[in-house]
Write a protein that binds this ligand. Structure first.
Ligand SMILES: C[S@@+](CC[C@H](N)C(=O)[O-])C[C@H]1O[C@@H](n2cnc3c(N)ncnc32)[C@H](O)[C@@H]1O
Length: 329
């Protein structure tokens, strides 16, 4: 990429600044970063990729050096910028959502995993680290039942983990990646989302070590009842009719991923809790994401349910109560 890139080539810095201004006008919350990520995306795909493995750092260096972008790349860049200005999620345009240590494939038909869910995964990982201190260092578990608990509940080294409503597979794939000794199961009802999750559990870092099924979280994994160590869920929880403010979510996240049903959106979260109570053995751990306005009600309901003990609300990085955990009594 040089000044001799021919007619129609444009200065990289100016290009990104103009795109950021356009995205700001369209109301995108992080216009500059979005413009940079789209520039990085098209440059990395161009036959003469000038970025190498340098990512955004290299892009910024090239912009400061006054590098020019060849015309076909400029055209592709503006196409993506105009889609982003129509509030198509950035992750749909690049095809990738970064979640914890994984780059997940996402697109139409699947919920784009959110940063707050990374914190929910961390809560589950902390519990696993405390109760299965060696699981992170064990050889990788297969998903064919290896490490499944024995009937007499003898202490075992491999935690059995279930993700209810896995979407892109973000939670399940991250746990399988970060705790290679874990035996991870995940269920998803939407065929489209299930197809994205299938791609993600096949990522080399995850190595197909998630047992993924297409089905309803309300009845999933009958064969595991009473044997699971950890259930994690980020179920749909938005009250019906309460359309999300951000157009990216309102227009592009699947309805099935957003709306939690009756009882102010609590129908699916409470169904996930009920399923978790059936799946977990005594002393097993459940953690679930929800809206901050639902924290008090969920804590009340779980505390009143003899299936649960040690009900606890967890705050996210913004100090909002966005997850609840409980131990199977
Ligand atoms: C809020 S999204 C979360 C996806 C993913 N766990 C994440 O954190 O990114 C909820 C997911 O639950 C799925 N879902 C909704 N109802 C379900 C049901 N009855 N059984 C299984 N999955 C369901 C949706 O299709 C969606 O993928």
């Amino acid at each position: 990429m040089t000044d001799r890139d021919g007619p129609g080539s444009e200065d990289l810095g100016a290009l990104v600044r103009r795109a950021a201004a356009l995205l700001a006008e369209a109301g995108c919350p992080s216009p500059r970063v979005d413009a940079e990520i789209l520039a990085e995306h098209v440059l990395a795909r161009s036959p003469r990729n000038p970025l190498g493995d340098g990512g955004l750092g290299r892009l910024r260096a090239l912009a400061m050096a006054g590098s020019c972008v060849p015309e076909p790349v400029v055209a592709e860049f503006w196409e993506l910028v105009s889609e982003r200005a129509r509030r198509v999620p950035l992750q749909h345009l690049t095809g990738t959502a970064h979640f914890r240590h994984l780059a997940l494939a996402v697109g139409p038909g699947v919920f784009v995993p959110r940063p707050e869910t990374e914190g929910v995964v961390q809560i589950a990982l902390d519990w696993i680290a405390e109760h299965f201190p060696h699981a992170a260092h064990l050889p990788q578990a297969a998903h064919d039942g290896a490490g499944a608990p024995s009937a007499d509940r003898a202490p075992r080294a491999r935690p059995v983990v279930v993700d209810l409503g896995t979407g892109s597979g973000a939670i399940a794939a991250s746990i399988a990646h970060e705790v290679p000794g874990a035996v991870v199961h995940a269920v998803e009802l939407s065929e489209l989302a299930h197809a994205w999750a299938s791609r993600n559990v096949a990522l080399p870092e995850v190595g197909g070590r998630v047992h993924l099924v297409l089905g309803d979280l309300r009845t999933a994994f009958p064969e595991l009842e009473g044997t699971v160590d950890v259930v994690v869920s980020n179920p749909p929880y938005i009250p019906p009719g309460m359309v999300p403010r951000e157009p990216e979510a309102a227009l592009h996240d699947p309805e099935m991923a957003l709306y939690g049903g009756a009882e102010g959106g609590l129908e699916l979260p409470l169904a996930a809790a009920a399923r978790a109570a059936r799946l977990l053995h005594r002393g097993g751990f459940f953690v679930m994401e929800h809206a901050e306005v639902q924290a008090e009600r969920i804590a009340q309901l779980l505390s009143a349910d003899p299936a649960w003990s040690r009900v606890r609300s967890h705050r996210d990085l913004n100090g909002l109560p966005r997850a609840t955990s409980a131990v199977r009594a």
